[in-house]
Each structure stands twice: as C-alpha cells, then as structure tokens.
Design a protein around this ligand. Structure first.
Ligand SMILES: Nc1nc2c(c(=O)[nH]1)N[C@H]1C(S)=C(S)[C@@H](COP(=O)(O)OP(=O)(O)OC[C@H]3O[C@@H](n4cnc5c(=O)[nH]c(N)nc54)[C@H](O)[C@@H]3O)O[C@H]1N2
Ligand SMILES: Nc1nc2c(c(=O)[nH]1)N[C@H]1C(S)=C(S)[C@@H](COP(=O)(O)OP(=O)(O)OC[C@H]3O[C@@H](n4cnc5c(=O)[nH]c(N)nc54)[C@H](O)[C@@H]3O)O[C@H]1N2
Ligand SMILES: [Mo]
Length: 662
C-alpha cells in the first residue's frame, strides 16, 4: 500500500548544507519520481542543486542498502538477516556488556549525514540503556561559530542573502559559496553583474572567483595576519567609524595597541602577499564602508582557526558595517527558535572523546570500549587519521553502522542496518543556512526493509522493556505536540505547505544593535577567550605542521558531493576522478606533468590521485576535495592528523604537510 496518495508534496532536503532547499516531490505508487525546487521559502526560492535532483535515482539506487547485514567473522563476508535477528544480536551484545563490564563499554557516534531535530530521539533509547560514551567537539564549523558567538553573541545571524544585492562590495573569505551555498552565490553573481566589487580570499582559484572578482591568495592558515594587516591600515588611515565603535564595540583601544605588535613586514612575509594587495582591500573598504563580509569555514580548519575567525569577523565592526542593509557579516543564520523534544529524557551520554581525535583518544582514554554504534556518519572517510582509526576500530569487538550505502566505515562493521532516506521519514529541519523551520515529510514507505533510526530504537526499546513514552511513534500528532511544547505557532499541516519563520526574524541582522555578549557590545576584546586560555584579543599563532614534508595540503567541499555522500551518483563528468591541484613550479621540480597519476604521502599514509598542474593553487600548497573514499584511493583524511582547533573543539584538518611523487 502507498503511504501517500499519488501527487505532489512540499518537503526539504535534510543534508548538512547551507542550501536547505525547499523541494516539491512528485510521488507515484509509493515512489518518488521527481524532485523540483519550491519557492515556498524566501531563501532557496525554487532553486536546488543537482544532488537534490538526484533523489529519485538515489532512493532506489542499486547500491542502496535494503536489508540488515551481519558479518561472518570467519569468512569476513556479509549476509542478509531479518530485523528480528538483527535486534536479537544487538540486544545480546548490549546485555552482555552491561552485565560483564558496564554500559560504558558501548560508544555512540553520530555525524551530520541527516540534520533533523529528531536526531535527538536517540537519547530516548540510550539514556534508558545506561550511560554510554560518545564524542564531543565538531568536524565542522565549531571553531568559527565559537569565534563569531564570542564576538557578536548568540544566536549567530546574518542579513537575508537577498540583501547582498544592496552591497557595493562583497568580500568572500575562506568560503566557497559557488559549491557550498548556491542560494547565496546567486545573489553574489547578480550583485557583481550590477556593479558590485567582489574580492575572494582563498589560497587557490576557487569556483567562487567568477569573472570580475579580485583574487587574493594568502598562504594557508595565515589569514588572521591578513585580517590584522587590514585592521592596522584601516586604523592608521583613520577609515574607521568611531561613532559606531564608541557605541557598539568593546576593546577597540586595546586592540589598536595590540596591533602595534605586528609589523607589516612580518605580515607580508607570513601571508606571502604584497602590500599593494592588502592596500587594495583596504581601499575597497574605504570606498564602501558598508560592505558584506562572507566568512566561511575553510580558514577555520587550522589549529589557529578560532582566532583567525575572530580577527576576520570583527572587521565589519570597524567601519560600522553591521546592522545595516548592504553590509553585515555572513557566517551562519540561526534565528529560528530552538526545538526541544519534550519526550526525551536528559542526555546521559558521557562525551569523552574529541570527534576529530577519535583515532588517538579511543584506546588511550577509554580502553574499556568494546562496542561502537555509528549512525549518520562516515568517520573512516570524513574524520582525520583514517589509518590509525581503522587500526583502533579493528580491535573492537562489535560495530553497528546504520547506513544508506556501503561506505568505508561499513567495511569494518559487524552489523549494518539499512536506514530510511529523504522521503521515508518525518522530521523537522532547522540548520544554519536559513532561519526557517522546515518539515521533512514522510511521503513514501521506506524502501524494502529500511527503517528510520527512531523506528529502530523504538523496536529495540520495546523488546528490552524500556518505557515507550520516551520512544514515541513519530507522526503528525507528535510533531504538533513538539511544536506546541516549544511554543512555535505552526502545525504539521501548515509546515507541509511552507516552512516557518518566527515573527522576530530580522532580514537585517543586528538592526536593533543588540549583541548578546557579556558586555552587550561587539567584543573585539572577549573575556570568555581567557577561559579557553586564549588571548582575549584576536591574535595570530602559526598553524604550520611541525614536520619536514614540504607541501601544505588543504581540502575543500565539492559541488557534486555532500562530504562523502553522493559519490555513487557520479553527478559530474568534469570532477569524476579525484584530482590534486599542484603549482607548476612544484610539479616541475618533481617531474610531474598535468594528468599524471601521483602518490601523495606522509608518515600517516598515502593516496593515489590524478594531478592537475597549473597556477590554480599557490606554490608550496596542494589542494584536493574532501569526501572521496578508499574505493577511489583518494581518502584525503589518511594523510591528516586529528588535531583540535584553538577554540570550539573543532578539527584542524588543514594543518597537514605532505610530499607528492609521480
Ligand atoms: N556542495 C556541497 N555543499 C556543501 C557541502 C558539501 O560537501 N558539498 N558541505 C556542507 C558543509 S558540512 C559545510 S561545513 C559547508 C562548508 O562550506 P565552506 O565554508 O564554503 O567550506 P570549505 O569548502 O571547507 O572551504 C571554503 C574555501 O576555503 C578555502 N580555504 C582553505 N584553507 C584556507 C585558508 O587558509 N585561507 C583561506 N582564505 N581560505 C582557505 C578552500 O580552498 C575553499 O575554497 O558547506 C556545506 N555545503
Ligand atoms: N579533510 C577534510 N575532511 C573533512 C572536511 C574537510 O573540509 N576536509 N569537512 C568536514 C565537515 S565540515 C563535516 S560536516 C564532516 C562530515 O562528516 P560526516 O558527518 O561523517 O558526513 P558524511 O561523510 O557525509 O557521512 C555521513 C554518512 O551518513 C549517512 N547518512 C545520511 N543520512 C542518513 C540517515 O538518515 N541515517 C543514517 N543512519 N545515515 C545517514 C551517509 O550515507 C553518509 O555515509 O566531514 C568533515 N571532513
Ligand atoms: Mo560541515
């Protein structure tokens, strides 16, 4: 029987992305047959990407997991089992560890494969089982978001993307919206067409460097110094808005003194830039004191990432470019109300292991862990130090992975559970790319025996005698209860027509000049940084890795993938093979030609990829997109050590030196 009548329904893409595209989905005979953009929200406005368009194929892809799979340890082969058998195996293991050792022999790991509010449902199960170990920290934007929160207060906000049309100058810094935020990029393109200046700061030629843009290529990880150089010149030349600073900024005077510690010659040497380039940026700001600063996560994935973001994100405050149309800092937009799941008991998980240092910390910090439960994550591709992590995971006794596809991580799983996807579950989506609350609608029954995580937890809970009030059925009435409990004035039915925007939403962020920081001002000086043993003022500390390998490797997010997802869809011919970009001079000294197959290596591992030789990346650096798995011999995280960022417990993927050989 079909879950819904044939027809067209509105929903949203639940991927971990700035897009949060509202979609119109055509359902026929319980199958999604078409996905289109939907203009029910004012951010995505009917636009969507090739990944969203691929759902009708991806849902029914031949490689999609359809049945639970159990590994026969002796033959190392997977064979299909029923859900009842799968539950039996899981319960036997969970009981065994609880009795033999403790529930802390079990570790729960989740990523952001799916971004729904109902990800929190897991606590309804795990808190009834007993405290289990989990990770803390982030693979994603935590260094940057902590920096922005400390500077501007929480929640983080930005002007509506459409306000970019009112900007005469857009500076994109360590962000690549052409790939990662297509809605913002549409506006940037239009703004440039109608005369806005665009400056893009990135160590490589990124897809965002469209015709007419000015390109600035600092040496990776040195952006804080570039920002410090810009601040120095803005202050020296007296281009600042002193009235704005007096009213709304804390720490300007002390920062001015701090800046004297940095000489321009040191800034130029470290960043590899010329004075004229920094002066050019400063001059563009002089001409456009109100300008948009689009600040991304690329330059925050270093050990100095938080301080780098601090140095950059306070720049608009110096010329009063905050709280005003045409101006503003664009990091993330989180103006939607928080949604709490009222039926979920308090989280009892013990977050002991830094998610980016998993490999190193798992055995050292928690030698008693025997069982892993992984869902919505592919750490053996997306987390650092893949080789070491694989070795550590091999020593564990039992690994469960809930997944859509066979990934690098499932290769180590003892039990693989097939997860529901996209149209196969109800959820609420409220992420960082817009300030809406969206409904992800269940429109079709899960394919074959796939199940959503809540269904799995509820069934397990039922068999284990858990209190089912913490594991309710997710349906329209439960979602209405959740909305009601959070005092959000909408319903499932209303959300099924269009996403929800709170009436407190402001198209111009901070138009009220209220900054939710301890001082109520934009904090260039942040006392909170001291608690993290950091300079309370933006500062620069080198992030260069301390090894002798000569080339700096950094990675970025690809248009046709979502981290490690969508590889199976082969959405792009142009980028169908993993390719490393290397500078002509570095290629010549290594006798490497364009199109050669090369080995990238250091003492953590090696990968083999094709080589693109040219001037698209700085000399001394190489660039490769993240997310390629081992099947492509291009798992960049094999080369990368797990390190924490200075603040926010983020992951410093890009502190990485390597060598390249033909
Ligand atoms: N299509 C697509 N969209 C996505 C994603 C995806 O995988 N694919 N992922 C989503 C997720 S999880 C996230 S977190 C966001 C990320 O979105 P973005 O913030 O745009 O992130 P990145 O691609 O990591 O990096 C952006 C740029 O920073 C540059 N960069 C690297 N190091 C430095 C540096 O030292 N200085 C400077 N100035 N630039 C540097 C990179 O070359 C890259 O072009 O995108 C989201 N959207
Ligand atoms: N070198 C390098 N590494 C990086 C980055 C980088 O810039 N450079 N970027 C990092 C960033 S920003 C992020 S956010 C992380 C992302 O790291 P992860 O959160 O691990 O993301 P993915 O690699 O996309 O893996 C998510 C997995 O979840 C599965 N999945 C999707 N939906 C569901 C679902 O509903 N249920 C279940 N059970 N599974 C589901 C997908 O099939 C996929 O295998 O990667 C990071 N890794
Ligand atoms: Mo991310």
């Amino acid at each position: 029987m079909s879950y819904k009548k044939d027809g067209s329904y509105q929903t949203v893409c639940p991927r971990d992305c700035f897009g949060v595209c509202s979609l119109n989905v055509t359902v026929e005979n319980d199958k999604v047959i078409k996905v289109k953009g939907n203009d029910s929200n004012n951010n995505s406005q009917g636009y969507f990407c090739l990944k969203g368009a691929s759902y009708p194929k991806r849902l029914y892809h031949e490689k999609r997991l359809r049945k639970p799979l159990l590994r026969d340890k002796e033959t190392n082969t997977l064979h299909e089992i029923s859900w009842d058998e799968a539950y039996e195996v899981i319960i036997e293991k969970l009981d065994y560890y609880k009795k033999k050792q403790s529930t802390e022999s079990v570790m729960y790991v989740s990523g952001w494969g799916h971004t729904g509010i109902f990800n929190g449902y897991k606590n309804g199960f795990w808190s009834q089982y007993g405290p289990v170990i989990t990770t803390y920290g982030s693979l994603c934007m935590a260094a940057g978001s902590t920096a922005v929160k400390y500077s501007y207060g929480s929640p983080i906000k930005h002007n509506h993307n459409s306000d970019l049309l009112n900007s005469k100058l857009v500076i994109v810094w360590g962000a690549n919206p052409a790939n990662t935020n297509i809605h913002r990029m549409r506006y940037i393109k239009t703004a440039v067409k109608t005369g806005a200046e665009l400056i893009v700061i990135d160590p490589r030629v990124s897809e965002t460097m469209i015709a007419g843009s000015v390109r600035i290529h600092p040496i990776p990880g040195t952006d804080a110094l570039l920002a410090i150089g810009i601040a120095k010149l803005l202050i020296e030349k007296d281009f600042c808005d002193h009235e704005f600073i007096e009213r709304h900024v804390l720490g300007f005077d002390t920062y001015q003194m701090e800046l004297e510690k940095y000489s321009m010659s040191e800034i130029l040497k470290e960043t590899g830039l010329e004075l004229a380039q920094i002066e050019m940026v400063v001059d563009a700001i002089r001409r456009n004191k109100v300008y948009a600063l689009v600040s991304g996560t690329g330059k925050t994935r270093y050990t100095n990432g938080g301080q780098t973001e601090r140095a950059i994100c306070i720049l608009p405050a110096l010329t009063g470019s905050i709280g005003i149309s045409g101006g503003g800092l664009y990091f993330t937009d989180n103006q939607q109300p928080k949604v709490i799941l009222p039926f979920v008991p308090t989280d009892k998980m013990k977050a002991k292991i830094h998610v980016g240092k998993f490999a190193e910390e798992l055995k050292r910090q928690t030698p008693d862990i025997k069982m892993l439960w992984i869902e919505k994550a592919n750490p053996l591709t997306s987390s650092p130090d893949v080789n070491q992590m694989r070795a550590v995971m091999k020593q564990l006794e039992f690994i469960v992975v809930v997944e859509h596809f066979l990934t690098d991580t499932t290769k180590l799983a003892d039990l693989i559970l097939p997860a529901a996807m996209f149209s196969e579950k109800d959820d609420l989506i409220a992420v960082y790319g817009d300030s809406y609350i969206h409904l992800l609608q269940k429109l079709t029954e899960p394919l074959e025996s796939c199940k959503s995580e809540p269904e799995i937890y509820r069934a397990l809970g039922q068999k284990m005698g858990f209190d089912l009030k913490h594991l309710p059925l997710i349906n329209e009435s439960l979602i209405d209860d959740v909305l009601n409990h959070n005092d959000i004035k909408t319903t499932y039915k209303t959300l099924s027509k269009a996403p929800y925007l709170e009436d407190t939403y402001s198209e111009i962020a901070y138009a009220d000049y209220k900054f939710n920081t301890p001082s109520g001002k934009i904090e260039i000086y942040s006392e909170r940084m001291k608690v993290l043993n950091q300079n309370p003022l933006p500062a620069y500390v080198s992030s260069k890795e301390n090894t002798t390998y000569p080339l700096q490797l950094f990675s970025s997010h690809a248009a046709e993938r979502l981290n490690s997802q969508f590889t199976e869809m082969k959405l792009s011919k142009r980028n169908s093979k993993p390719t490393v970009q290397i500078h002509t001079a570095d290629a010549e000294t290594r006798h490497i030609k364009d199109g050669d197959l090369v080995k990238i290596y250091n003492d953590r591992g090696e990968i083999k990829v094709l080589c693109q030789v040219g001037e698209d990346v700085l000399k001394g650096c190489i660039h490769l997109s993240e997310g390629w798995g081992d099947d492509y011999h291009a798992s960049v995280n094999k080369l990368i050590k797990g390190r924490s960022t200075d603040i926010g417990d983020g992951t410093a993927f890009h502190n990485c030196l390597v060598e390249v050989k033909k």
